[in-house]
Write a protein that binds this ligand. Structure first.
Ligand code: AMP
Ligand code: FE
Ligand code: FE
Ligand code: ZN
Length: 324
């Protein structure tokens, strides 16, 4: 055990746990997980325990618009030999239409500008949730904002509205609730605040994190327009390994051909090829925790990029408060 540890010479990184074993390369990793700090079903400590059971030695916790779960997950993980990389996922609108989710890896969790930006985004989510519940009430659904809010420990999102609809007997599961009520054109849909994907990249870079485009397979014009534009804004990674190899996800198919195409794009645009399950707990997305193989070299490359980010001049970015 201790023979693998080497704490000589390596420079300290505030994102790293104090344990020098944190610098040995991990072997089984999942870089896309969610906890109850946002719309996951398991508390951060429970997620770390499940990761250990799944044979993982590193997970990235990328809750929506918050890093609040990171400390708890790291503390629980440390006792089990599971490292927890701090991260965040920011759902954005891609240049006017369509969703793009930006992952931020190795962000400084308590960075002041990050805190301010994410807290604004969480406020905007509260208002969007209220609008969605109001639309549902007008359409005759007997659910309340208080019920929805009580289902969320932290960042609120459509999955919490879905759970309130399930509890009210209006849907059988989260996917059913999304399909029938919570997507564009359906009675409970109201758009999220239109944060541009480039601004999400700037938010991540301001916290010296590594901005990565999540589950990109189904994004239109990825190669010709989206990646060139996001790379110009500072994107550094592409989530290439995602979803089951033989089953569709809400964000497209990730069969071997698609993954090879994405890895080729990552190479061409000099992006780090990352991946993960998008685990939120059972019955939300199809991949089990650790269920998609991710080459662990991704972690090494993210750490190198983090060190470079810590060494470069600050790129402070504060989102302007929107006029609503
Ligand atoms: P929001 O950011 O509030 O618009 O909610 C989007 C979140 O809902 C995503 O991050 C997913 O975790 C989840 N989600 C999106 N589509 C589905 C679906 N079809 N079934 C289950 N969860 C979904
Ligand atoms: Fe989610
Ligand atoms: Fe996502
Ligand atoms: Zn996610």
């Amino acid at each position: 055990m201790s023979s693998q540890r080497d704490d000589s010479g390596a420079s300290a990184d505030p994102a790293d746990p104090a344990d020098p074993a944190a610098r040995t390369p991990p072997r089984h990793v999942d870089l896309h997980t969610h906890s109850t700090a946002s719309d996951g079903l398991y508390a951060p400590a429970e997620l770390a325990r499940l990761a250990h059971e799944a044979g993982l030695d590193l997970i990235a916790l990328v809750d929506h618009d918050t890093t609040a779960g990171v400390t708890e997950a790291q503390a629980a993980g440390q006792a089990l030999g599971v490292r927890v990389m701090p991260g965040v996922e920011i759902n954005t609108t891609l240049f006017g239409a369509g969703d793009a989710h930006i992952l931020g890896y190795e962000v400084t969790p308590d960075d002041a500008s990050l805190d301010r930006n994410l807290s604004l985004l969480r406020d905007l989510r509260e208002r969007r949730g209220e609008r969605m519940v109001e639309k549902l009430r007008v359409a005759g659904f007997e659910i309340s904002w208080e019920q929805v809010r009580a289902l969320a420990d932290g960042t609120v999102g459509r999955p919490h509205i879905a759970r309130a609809l399930i509890n009210g007997g209006y849907a059988t599961d989260v996917s059913d609730a999304f399909a029938r009520y919570l997507t564009p054109g359906k009675p409970g849909f109201s758009p999220r605040y239109k944060l541009s994907a480039d601004d999400a990249v700037r938010i991540i870079r301001s916290a010296r994190g590594i901005a990565t485009l999540a589950h990109p397979a189904a994004i239109a014009d990825l190669e010709t327009s989206v990646l060139p534009r996001l790379v110009a804004a500072g994107l550094q990674g592409l989530e290439c390994y995602y979803g089951p190899r033989n089953e569709a996800t809400s964000y497209g198919y990730y069969d071997d051909t698609t993954v090879a195409w994405l890895v080729g794009l990552a190479d061409r645009f000099e992006l780090i090829a990352t991946g993960g399950s998008d685990y939120h707990g059972p019955r939300m997305h199809p991949t089990p925790l650790g269920g998609r193989y991710v080459p662990p070299v991704a972690v090494t490359r993210l750490r190198e990029a983090r060190e470079a980010a810590l060494a470069r001049p600050a790129e402070e970015f504060i989102l302007p408060t929107p006029e609503l």
